[in-house]
Design a protein around this ligand. Structure first.
Ligand SMILES: Nc1ncnc2c1ncn2[C@@H]1O[C@H](COP(=O)(O)OP(=O)(O)OP(=O)(O)O)[C@@H](O)[C@H]1O
Length: 212
């Protein structure tokens, strides 16, 4: 069954701060590849967290297949963001991080470019690019239907960026999985996405540049 992600009239602010999202609506069709672009401060990362179910909208709703996102089950919308060192438990060896997320398939581990010797290491013994491969594979469980890549490869060199994107696009093709890409890199957005959404055009806020 086709499953659509619908963001309906979502508004959000942190505590009593200014509104970061104002009446935002968008729909991502099953298997679609969409890029969210726009200047800093327009709430792209906040919207990503709301779509993945990490933050609750103050107003409005997020629907997955017409229902609320599942809370205590595996989340069909998974998020990988820019800082892998913050997303991984520093007290777990890499093999523990994979096991905890239920990653067992040796093929996917190899394809994403994880070397066997890295499995015995601690997070502080790997580079950002190496750690990011672990975050990505952790997010690609069988039930993932949309992967949100929020500046996922920004800190990587061109070779590593290309490798990770080649892997992810081929995986998404195989699984008919959707991708939401958040980036300041228009070249990458055009390569990956079939639809580009300019966030300022769907989010009616004014951004104070002295806040950035
Ligand atoms: N945890 C937080 N607490 C308070 N304010 C926050 C928090 N996270 C983000 N903000 C504020 O919300 C606004 C939107 O931030 P967000 O990171 O969503 O924007 P963005 O469009 O992703 O920016 P960038 O392109 O720089 O990553 C900013 O003004 C930011 O300072």
């Amino acid at each position: 069954m086709a499953t659509t992600l619908e963001v309906k009239d979502v508004s959000f602010r942190y505590a009593n701060g200014p509104w970061v999202l104002n009446n935002v609506s968008l729909t991502i069709e099953d298997g679609e590849r969409v890029a969210l672009v726009g200047p800093s401060g327009y709430g792209k990362s906040t919207l990503a967290k709301i779509m993945a179910g990490y933050l609750k909208p103050v107003k409005g709703t997020v629907l997955w297949g017409g229902k609320a996102l599942p809370k205590d089950e595996y989340r069909p919308v998974q998020l990988v963001y820019q800082h892998p060192e913050k997303a991984l438990n520093s007290r777990w060896k890499m093999k523990h991080s994979l096991a905890e997320a239920g990653v067992q398939d040796p093929e996917i581990i190899r394809e994403v470019g994880i070397r066997e010797k890295w499995l015995e290491r601690w997070p502080n013994e790997l580079s950002g690019g190496e750690l990011q491969r672990f975050c990505l594979v952790r997010a690609l469980g069988e039930q993932t239907r949309i992967l949100i890549a929020d500046e996922m490869t920004t800190m990587l060199d061109a070779v590593n960026q290309a490798h990770i994107w080649q892997f992810l696009l081929s995986h998404a093709d195989k699984k008919k999985m959707g991708i939401i890409l958040i980036t300041h890199n228009m070249y990458l957005a055009k390569q990956v996405a079939t639809r580009i959404i300019d966030v300022p055009s769907i989010n009616n806020i004014s951004v104070r540049t002295d806040d950035l």
